[in-house]
Design a protein around this ligand. Sequence first.
Ligand SMILES: [Zn+2]
Length: 342
Amino acid sequence: MADRFWFLFFAAFYCLIGILNASAGDSDPVYRACVEQCEKTGCVADQCFQHCRFSSSGVPVDGSWYMQRPLYWQWKQWDCQGDCRYFCMVNREKERETIDQRPVKYHGKWPFKRVFGLQEPASVAFSALNLAVQVHGWVSFFILLYYKLPLRQSKKAYYEYTGLWHIYGLLSINAWFWSAVFHSRDVDLTEKLDYSSAVALLGYTLILAILRTFSVRDEAARVMVAAPIIAFVTTHILYLNFYQFDYGLNMKVCIVMGVAQLLLWAIWAGVTRHPSRWKLWVVVVGGGLALLFEIYDFPPYWGYLDAHALWHASTIPLSYLWWSFIRDDAEYRTMNLVKKAK
Ligand SMILES: [Zn+2]
């Protein structure tokens, strides 16, 4: 009896998730008919798209032999689908506006206006700025460590977390790069690359938070902390990419890892005597507030600025401050170590 109850419970639960996953816009029959028609004829109303010109065998009619299937053909199909969905959405939203209906989401996204062919121009711009802040932060960390602070006789830096922050720099640059690509053009591949890079970064920053807040300096102890988290995050990324792309599950994993590290830093900021602990406070509180943008979603203002774009905007100053904390930490630890050595 209990078995059957649980089975029904989970069946109902997953049906509900399935319904919630489809956005209101793309389940609209008028929109669906428009996209279906467009993928066959290549036209929406009197607008026709060159990407949608396929011959009957499925090979593009104007393709040279070396540019034919599969990759070029695949891109062309993505472009055709993208154009069809976009223009059907724009038309549908215009119709809805005339009868005073609020914007709805299509395929999980708000109806954004394209700029230079970019799907979500505001999110692309903010991702690019985040990328720039990360590159600047990393380069200035590098210069501080190797050109300004004293080095050991072996020419290595005194700071014990140097290598860990270098990897952090690389992973965050990678994540923001794929975020900019994904918001420019949302297809299966770019979405997977964006999500995977973000999860990898989040998992890694959790390891860093544990190692720094507990001052884990011993190599073996570091491996013991990192190994289970790396194993878990790798499994999760493989699961998303090759088994099932489960948004709900991914959201839970990200929230747990994100909140865990925010808590670690907050508690540490409360007990440590670190001279730059106020920067930690600002990042933790600011990061928590920024999360609200991800939770309270709203449709884009003027067709450009939605909650997700603002969430990406809010991480720009926070990342800047974060790298400034990392540099302070490097200086603080180095000075302590040099004093001890004397
Ligand atoms: Zn994003």
